[in-house]
Design a protein around this ligand. Structure first.
Ligand SMILES: Nc1ncnc2c1ncn2[C@@H]1O[C@H](COP(=O)(O)OP(=O)(O)OP(=O)(O)O)[C@@H](O)[C@H]1O
Ligand SMILES: [Mg+2]
Length: 354
């Protein structure tokens, strides 16, 4: 489901998140994907705040750089807004309506479900299937996002010379990328509950999946920026220096014990808390697998630590394990970036939607 679709030429996935713009292009032959091009371009601090674009010019320039560095020829892009900006409602409609009738009925009814004037939102829907309680009705998933949020994404792409072909929702893109990984889980992920913990820079995006369908999403205000700021304070470094030191090392010996380990324990606490929230607001009371995504999951040993603190098998996500990789891409660099590229990957997959 997308908030905004046109006929689709090849498109590039553009993930605009709080610390960086990530662009990724895939090709597909049969069932097989190939990573053609990608680039990650850091964003100036506070140009994206609380999952909304606050500086169209800066973010647009970063997208333009990323596109140029990637070398892509795509002129069309898929972007995603945060689930936090999207209102979802499931409603019922009589079966057998023509697409046109369905659309006009939904438009009439949406008024009751969406707490904004309809001319201020982008509205989309997906027919989920027959209702369990009434076989004469279909269940329809409605999604609405305020136009002003979507418009900023469109302005950014425009600034970078891209045309917005798909405006998706981050959690749906995450779900698509998860599907690639689920194939390698025991039983293909069926009958299993999996908690995807995406530890980003400012936000931890929690996505619980059952039978390969997302059943719960929630954002927690926790992320790698806390670690960066701690390094800044402790060693008197700039934000950029601290961010770099996290990745390439070179910090004093006491970094591991005094700063990194407490942060890793905080990631474990956040995971336990996320699971508690999930259990208390859903019929579920266990998960079979934890999947770590986001830049913080690159911290060596974090998978083992989370596994031992939660008692749940934990893996670091890599959506590219069964893809080929174009020779211009360094496999090791892509492997390192992979957990932070889940959303970009899910967006790039929209190129092949029928
Ligand atoms: N090797 C590493 N070790 C530790 N932290 C890392 C490493 N590589 C990246 N990070 C951290 O991961 C974070 C960025 O991750 P990611 O790209 O997933 O965030 P984001 O998607 O921009 O953020 P958000 O989803 O919160 O908007 C930064 O805080 C960065 O410092
Ligand atoms: Mg992110």
């Amino acid at each position: 489901m997308e908030l905004f679709v046109r006929k689709k030429p090849p498109l590039i996935g553009v993930d605009i998140s709080s610390s960086a713009v990530k662009v990724l292009e895939l090709s597909k032959a049969g069932d097989h994907y190939r990573v053609e091009r990608y680039a990650v371009e850091p964003l100036p601090r506070n140009s994206v705040v609380e999952s909304a674009i606050t500086d169209v010019e800066q973010v647009g320039a970063a997208v333009e750089h990323a596109i140029r560095r990637s070398g892509t020829r795509c002129k069309h892009a898929a972007v995603a807004v945060s689930a936090a900006h999207v209102i979802n409602k499931t409603i019922s409609m009589p079966t057998g309506l023509s697409e046109q009738d369905l659309e006009s009925q939904i438009e009439m009814e949406a008024d009751h479900y969406i707490p904004y004037p309809l001319d201020e939102v982008n509205l989309d829907f997906e027919v989920l299937g027959p209702s369990e309680s009434n076989p004469n009705e279909d269940e329809i998933l409605l999604a609405a996002c305020r136009k002003e949020v979507v418009d900023d994404y469109i302005a950014v792409l425009d600034r970078a010379g891209l045309s917005p072909t798909v405006v998706d929702v981050e959690s749906y893109a995450m779900e698509s990328a998860y599907g690639l990984i689920a194939r390698h889980l025991p039983g293909g992920g069926m009958e299993k509950s999996v908690a995807v913990m995406d530890f980003g820079a400012t936000t931890t995006h929690v996505n619980a999946v059952h039978n390969n369908r997302s059943v719960y999403t929630r954002d927690h205000a926790f992320g790698g920026r806390q670690l960066t700021e701690e390094i800044q304070r402790r060693y008197g470094l700039s934000y950029e220096e601290a961010g770099l030191a996290k990745k390439v090392g070179g910090l004093p010996d006491n970094y591991q014990t005094d700063i990194l380990h407490p942060f890793m324990e905080a990631m474990c606490q956040e995971t336990l808390r996320a699971l508690q929230f999930f259990y208390s607001s859903s019929p579920y009371n266990s998960v079979d697998q934890i999947l770590l995504a986001g830049g913080c999951s690159q911290i060596p040993g974090i998978d083992e630590l989370i596994a031992s603190r939660t008692g749940i098998s934990t893996l670091v996500a890599n959506p590219f394990t069964s893809m080929s990789i174009a020779s211009r891409i360094k496999p090791q660099t892509l492997a390192n970036d992979a957990p932070s590229l889940m959303v970009a990957c899910g967006l790039a997959m929209r190129s092949f939607d029928s």
